[in-house]
Every structure is written in structure tokens, then in C-alpha cells.
Write a protein that binds this ligand. Structure first.
Ligand code: SF4
Length: 329
């Protein structure tokens, strides 16, 4: 693992055994299926894919909230070097302070019976990171200001706030323990478009100011386009393309990424000519197709795609993809 990577994921699988049918046949949900991913320290990494691609399960596995079936997640920061899957007690508690989650739905994530001050303070109290109420209040105020919350609002209850304000409260709660790594899982999906930009800008500026590493999970490529440094595209539990954001958007290599990009509505009527629409639904992770897992929906699939899994190759600096038919030039 490079010293520049805060998180390094190697051959990670999260599988769930299941009984199906009247006879209780055994089956396996392959939610995450052999993922390799490095998350550089201080970076803003996007993880994109349709619903059912496994992005939330991957995020949960990194946070040790989903069981790891195979592979390894390593977290390295200064003297700390954790094999996330085997952490116990004190080390797991320390890791949970270092790696936090911002929830998708700011309406459901905040307890309606707690004041904003108590919501933000709760992680400090659970992890016993402050000794006195005055110390807790001081930390809550500091992080509230950073998240552009009005200090007057700390005494109010969540129902008094809009979706954007609630998401700022969620962000403050995730940051109050001074984590090194944040996962934002569809953190703007429930918000109006105008508010989305506001929250994305806030996350970006906090990430820089606090030197945090951020994994931003989204089903929407257009949301990550202007925010992320690097984007990984996930399809049916596996990463099919990874590239610096600018490269990915200017020259997507994988047919799946091309289809996702062409599904983004354009204001320019001339752009509509070469759109590649995805056909059908993403297959079930109970029944992942053999060969290239995208072959059942790929507009350029050929016979060999059904049998042979494509190799992960580099096409330019830091730009990787897995497809048999990418022009290397
Ligand atoms: Fe499409 Fe075949 Fe490439 Fe898979 S390997 S993306 S099916 S062309």
C-alpha cells in the first residue's frame, strides 16, 4: 500500500448467503465482488453507480458496518496501520472515531426529540471525547460555525429547518469527533438542485480546510463531475472504470460509463445525437452474469464478452478500465 493512500482496498467481497424458492435453495448475493480501490490521503473520491451496484454496501464495509467475506481493507495514517476487518475493541473504537458517515436522508437521520446542540454533541458523549459540558459545548460551537450553522439554532429542534440546513447539522455531527475520513452516502440526493450545489461546496471547502479524505457515493455522475478529484464507477459489485474526474468526463473509456454520461440531460440540443442509452435493469446480484458482468446490457458486446472476464488495464495516467474493446490510443 502506498504511504499516500489513507484507505487501500484489495480484492474485497461482501457476499450474503440467502435461501430462495419454496425448497429453500441456497443462493449468494454478491453485493461487492472483488473490489480494488485506493483512496489517496486528502482526496475527494467519487463512487458512482446505479441503484443495486453495491456502492452503499462497499461504503458500509469500509466503515466495518457490513461483513467482509474476502479481501482486505487497510487504513493507514501516521503511526496507525489498521487491517479494518480484524479490528477489535480499543482499535475499533478508535477507527470509528476516525471514519464517519454522513447519511443520505437529512429528514430521517436527525432525532426529532433532540435539540441541534444535543444531536451534534451525541458522538462526543458516546465516545467520551470531552470531559465537561463546557468542553462539549465549545466543540459543538466550533464545528457548527465551520458548517455555517447559526449558533442561535443550536437550541432548536430539527423540524424547524429546511433539508439543506438539516444536512449541515448532519455534517457537523459527522465532523464533531474530528475524523480523518468521511463517507457521504448520497448526501445530496434528497435535496433540491440549488441546495445540492451549496452542500457540495460546503463539503469541498471543509474537506480542504480540515484535511479530510472523503468518499462521496452517488448514483448521479453529474453530481460528482465538478467536485471529485477521482471517480470510480461501480457496476454490479465491481469497479469497471477509475480515473481522475476530468479525464473520466472528457474521455470515458468503459461503455457503462459512456452510457451513464450520455444519460445526463444536456442543455445543448446538438448533444443529443450520439447518446447511448442503457437497456434494461441492472441484473440481480444474486445472479451476476459470467464473462464481462456488463455484457447483458452493453451496446457493443460481442461473443467473447459472455465468456471471458475483461482485464483491468491502464489507459493513460491513473485512468483504468476493464473492457475487451477499448481503443488504447
Ligand atoms: Fe461491453 Fe464486452 Fe467491454 Fe464488457 S467487455 S464492456 S460487454 S464490450
Amino acid at each position: 500500500m502506498s504511504a499516500d493512500n489513507l484507505i487501500s482496498i484489495r480484492d474485497l467481497s461482501v457476499h450474503f448467503p440467502l435461501s430462495k424458492g419454496l425448497l429453500g435453495e441456497k443462493a449468494t448475493v454478491r453485493a461487492v465482488d472483488g473490489v480494488f480501490l485506493d483512496i489517496p490521503r486528502g482526496s475527494f473520491v467519487g463512487l458512482v453507480g446505479e441503484s443495486g451496484s453495491g456502492k452503499t454496501t462497499l461504503g458500509r464495509a469500509i466503515l466495518r458496518a457490513a461483513p467482509i467475506t474476502r479481501g482486505r481493507i487497510t487504513y493507514r495514517d501516521g503511526d496507525v496501520d489498521y487491517d479494518v476487518g480484524s479490528l477489535k475493541r480499543a482499535a475499533l473504537k478508535d477507527y470509528r472515531q476516525r471514519a464517519q458517515l454522513i447519511f443520505q436522508d437529512p429528514y430521517a437521520a436527525l432525532s426529532p426529540r433532540m435539540t441541534v446542540r444535543d444531536i451534534i454533541a451525541e458522538p462526543l458523549e458516546i465516545m467520551k471525547l470531552t470531559q465537561t459540558r463546557a468542553e462539549t459545548d465549545q466543540r459543538v460551537r466550533e464545528i457548527a460555525i465551520k458548517c455555517r450553522l447559526n449558533l442561535e439554532h443550536l437550541r432548536r429542534f430539527p423540524h424547524a429547518f429546511s433539508g439543506g440546513q438539516r444536512q449541515r447539522i448532519s455534517i457537523a455531527r459527522a465532523l464533531v469527533c474530528n475524523p480523518r475520513f468521511l463517507i457521504a452516502d448520497e448526501a445530496v440526493a434528497a435535496l433540491d438542485v440549488s441546495i445540492q450545489a451549496d452542500i457540495l461546496n460546503l463539503l469541498k471547502s471543509l474537506q480542504r480546510e480540515l484535511s479530510i479524505t472523503l468518499l462521496f457515493i452517488s448514483h448521479d455522475l453529474s453530481v460528482v463531475a465538478h467536485t471529485c478529484d477521482v471517480v470510480a464507477v461501480l457496476y454490479l459489485g465491481a469497479i469497471v472504470e477509475l480515473a481522475p474526474a476530468r479525464d473520466l468526463f472528457s474521455r470515458p473509456r468503459h461503455p457503462y460509463t459512456q452510457a451513464l454520461l450520455s444519460a445526463i440531460p444536456s442543455l445543448n440540443p446538438d448533444d443529443r445525437g450520439d447518446q447511448q442509452r442503457l437497456s434494461g435493469e441492472i441484473p440481480s446480484s444474486l445472479d451476476v452474469p459470467g464473462g464481462c458482468r456488463f455484457h447483458t446490457r452493453c451496446p457493443i458486446a460481442r461473443k467473447q464478452c459472455e465468456k471471458i472476464e475483461p482485464v483491468w488495464r491502464e489507459y493513460g495516467q491513473g485512468h483504468f478500465a476493464a473492457c475487451h474493446f477499448i481503443d488504447p490510443n
